[in-house]
Structure formats: structure tokens, C-alpha cells
Design a protein around this ligand. Structure first.
Ligand SMILES: [Mg+2]
Length: 440
């Protein structure tokens, strides 16, 4: 999908700092701010970018050019004399817009699963959606909440009239159909929120709930905070714990129909194992990143939809976030080589991510600077142990090592066997020196 980037940020609140640069070009650890977002976009597979530029656009064009140095293709549409606002700037680019496009801000760092955004849009489009908004459960953490979300749908988005029922906030990534702009006269200045508000009232705005917080550089304090974050994430190595999900974090479900044990297929079937939340809290407070790596072939096998699988992850990560426990990312493999005729076709294929392959772990290793020597893969299946070993991590088996697993792991014994995630969390070395043990 075409990616349109609003690069015209004036940065008035940054005062003297932006005198020499547009906001997206602010220097952060030796690189322009937007380089970090571009890293995420390229990783997500975007390669066709349109920059809507305004202030000091020469500097942006000089640095990024046609994008070939960065391995993408970039074209430009400049604001004229008049400031057009976000909506007016997009309307001005009408002739070079594709029928559908994603819009983001050049002064925000938004590390989300963009493929999930695209999937949710495509799915909602079948039911008449004309646009999509990403939103985040706010609970007063950031700016004022301005959305109502019910049953995974955006019921209302209104920045002007805030009501007490609003508990989500717009996140800054959206998708539009070009036709939404066709009746708007060129040169009219307006905020793109107007279109989203109108479409939400018509029930035509899909939603993608995200959990990863965003970073923006609107104020000197937020720029400083982002610098700290970037140093921590990319320039200093930190250890990580990669967790398998089912049987480690949450209970495996007994399916009455098939009389087999299986993964949860909906949010209501997802139940944390005893002390799993506390264990993750301890792991995090001992100074480790937490990534979840999970094989979920149920949509490929036609047992549920990919949307349900995404919803489960969104819900449990969101629940943990509300408790102050941060999962850095969830990497899910939804593929299956054989699948089922009822399954979602595009998921039925061979992949590099299904464990025992190490692809899911490698996603984390590519996105963060990780101290491999002190990092772990924790799982309750021999495939977790093989994937962890292949990625170069220490491996931890959760549960009782039964004979069949023993045989399969003959030449790949785990480094550690623990009864539960809580036991592993207790035994894990504290790297911060300031963690105080609590009873779990
Ligand atoms: Mg498992």
C-alpha cells in the first residue's frame, strides 16, 4: 500500500531547536528522527512513500532524495504558500494518491504491527469500511481520550466534543480511500480528523487497537525522552526473555467437540496461568525485555479467524499494560503448510517463522539490540527449545520433561527445566541490582 507521510511539521513548540531543521529532521543519536520510523516501515514491507512537505522541504528532499539510498521509492508533494492543515495537504496531493493509502506523521515513532493494520482494514472493507483508524486505550495516560470503541468498531471519534464515555485515543496511523477527498475543494484548509469523525458517524471507520506506546518530538522534553529510548533500544545491548504463549503464559484449552487440547480461539477462552502475570512483572523488573513468540495456525486450519487471533493478543497485552507490565512485542506465526480448505488461504504456506524455526525470535533480535549471552527462550514444547537453540539463546523448558519430549530433545537438552514461569522468574538473575524479591 502507498504510504503518505505528513512531513510539514513546524515544530513551533521546540523553539530554537527547529530553527535550522523541520521536525522530522531533528537529529537523534546522529540520525534524522524520521530514519527511525523509516526503519520500522521498511521492516513492515512499505516501499512506496509519498512525502507531503512544507517547511524547509529542501532539506528533506536533499537528504532522502528519491529514496534509493534507503532502498525505497519516495516522491514529494509540497505545500503551497498557504498552510492547509493535515486534510488540505492530503487533498492537495489528490492526483498522486493511490485509491487507498496509509497516512502517518513524520514526527512520530510508531512501532506497531503494520501488517495487522492492513489485514484489519481489508477485512472491514468487505463490510463497507472506507477508512481505518489506529487507537490506543488511554485511561488518561496521554492526551485527552477522544474515541468510543465497541466490539472492535469505532463508534465515535470527536476531538472537539469530548465525552466521559471516551476511553481510547487516536494513535496517528490511518488508512483512507481516495474517494473520501474527491468532493473537497482544493486549497481548503482543514484537519483530517473531520473526515474520520464523519466516517465514524456513518459506521464506516474500521479500527485497529494497538498497545505499543508512541513517541513524538513535539516538545523538548519529549525529544529528550525519545533520545533516551533510542539509546536504550539500539545503542546499548539488553537481555531479553522470549516466551512461548500457550502453556507458559496462559492455559491450554480443552475443546469439548474434538476432545483435544488446543490454543484459545477467542478472548473468552484466554486465561492466564496461576502467577503468570506476577512472573512477567518480575522478569521485567529484573531488567529483561519480554517478547512473546507463538505459533497460531488455527486460522490457516479454518478453526477461527486471524482477526480473533489478533484480538486475543491485543487483549492480553492490553490487560498486562494496564497492570504496568510491558510486553515489548508479540511475534505470532499464523501460517501452516497444509492448512485446511476452510482456512484463510494466504496463511497456508511454508514460512520462516513457525517454530522450531527461529524466525519469530529473529524478528526481536533485528528490532532491538539484544545481549544474546544473557537472553532466554522459555517454552513448554520441544519446538520452543529447538527454536531458542537455533537463535543462539539459552533455553528453558517449562513443565515436566516426559519421555517423548526427552527423546526428541536428546541432542538439544534445555539449559534449565522449571515447573512454571513463576519458578523461572524467581531463579532468573537480577541484572538491575535494585529488584526486591517478593513472594510468588
Ligand atoms: Mg506452548
Amino acid at each position: 500500500m502507498q504510504l503518505v507521510v505528513l512531513m510539514g511539521g513546524l515544530g513551533t513548540r521546540l523553539g530554537d531547536l527547529t530553527k535550522a531543521h523541520p521536525k522530522s529532521m531533528m537529529e537523534v543519536e546522529g540520525l534524522p528522527f524520521f530514519d527511525y520510523e523509516l526503519f520500522l516501515l521498511k521492516r513492515a514491507g512499505f516501499n512506496k512513500l509519498l512525502f507531503l512537505t512544507g517547511y524547509e522541504s529542501d532539506e528533506i528532499e536533499e537528504y532522502y532524495g528519491d529514496g534509493s539510498n534507503a532502498g525505497v521509492s519516495i516522491s514529494y508533494c509540497r505545500d503551497g504558500e498557504k498552510l492547509l492543515g493535515t486534510g488540505g495537504a492530503v487533498r492537495r496531493a489528490y492526483d498522486v494518491l493511490e485509491d487507498e493509502f496509509m497516512l502517518i506523521y513524520g514526527d512520530s515513532f510508531m512501532d506497531i504491527d503494520y501488517s495487522e493494520t492492513l489485514y484489519r482494514y481489508e477485512r472491514a472493507k468487505r463490510n463497507g469500511a472506507t477508512c481505518l483508524m489506529t487507537v490506543m486505550k488511554n485511561a488518561g495516560r496521554f492526551d485527552k481520550s477522544n474515541c468510543i470503541v465497541k466490539d472492535g468498531k469505532l463508534v465515535l471519534y470527536d476531538k472537539e466534543n469530548i465525552t466521559p464515555e471516551m476511553d481510547y485515543i487516536d494513535y496517528g496511523i490511518s488508512i483512507y480511500q481516495k474517494k473520501l477527498f474527491e468532493d473537497i475543494p482544493e486549497g481548503e484548509a482543514f484537519d483530517i480528523a473531520r473526515i474520520q469523525h464523519e466516517q465514524s458517524l456513518k459506521g464506516n471507520c474500521a479500527v485497529h487497537i494497538v498497545n505499543n506506546r508512541f513517541y513524538e518530538i513535539g516538545r523538548p522534553e519529549s525529544l529528550e525522552e525519545f533520545r533516551g529510548y533510542i539509546r536504550h533500544r539500539f545503542y546499548e545491548a539488553h537481555p531479553a526473555v522470549f516466551l512461548d504463549r500457550d502453556g507458559v503464559i496462559n492455559e491450554i484449552v480443552f475443546n469439548e467437540e474434538t476432545e483435544l487440547l488446543d490454543s484459545p480461539m477467542s478472548i473468552s477462552e484466554f486465561k492466564f496461568l496461576p502467577f503468570a502475570e506476577e512472573a512477567m512483572d518480575i522478569i521485567s523488573r529484573k531488567g529483561y525485555y519480554i517478547f512473546v513468540t507463538t505459533n497460531q495456525p488455527a486460522a490457516a486450519k479454518g478453526k477461527t479467524t486471524l482477526e480473533n487471533l489478533y484480538d486475543i493478543n491485543t487483549a492480553f497485552v492490553g490487560e498486562l499494560a494496564e497492570m504496568g507490565i510491558i510486553i515489548n512485542d508479540v511475534y505470532m506465526c499464523p501460517h501452516h503448510q497444509q492448512g485446511h480448505p476452510r482456512g484463510e488461504k494466504f496463511l497456508i504456506r511454508e514460512c520462516d517463522c513457525r517454530k522450531p524455526k527461529p524466525g519469530l525470535i529473529k524478528k526481536g533480535l533485528a528490532a532491538y539490540n539484544i545481549d544474546l549471552v544473557h537472553s532466554y527462550m522459555v517454552g513448554d514444547s520441544y519446538t520452543d527449545i529447538l527454536a531458542g537453540r537455533e537463535a543462539g539463546l539459552k533455553t528453558v523448558f517449562i513443565g515436566d520433561l516426559k519421555c517423548d519430549v526427552c527423546a526428541r530433545l536428546k541432542y538439544n537438552k534445555p539449559d534449565l527445566i522449571c515447573k512454571s514461569l513463576a519458578q523461572f522468574a524467581r531463579e532468573l538473575t537480577d541484572l538491575t541490582g535494585n529488584y526486591i524479591e517478593e513472594e510468588v
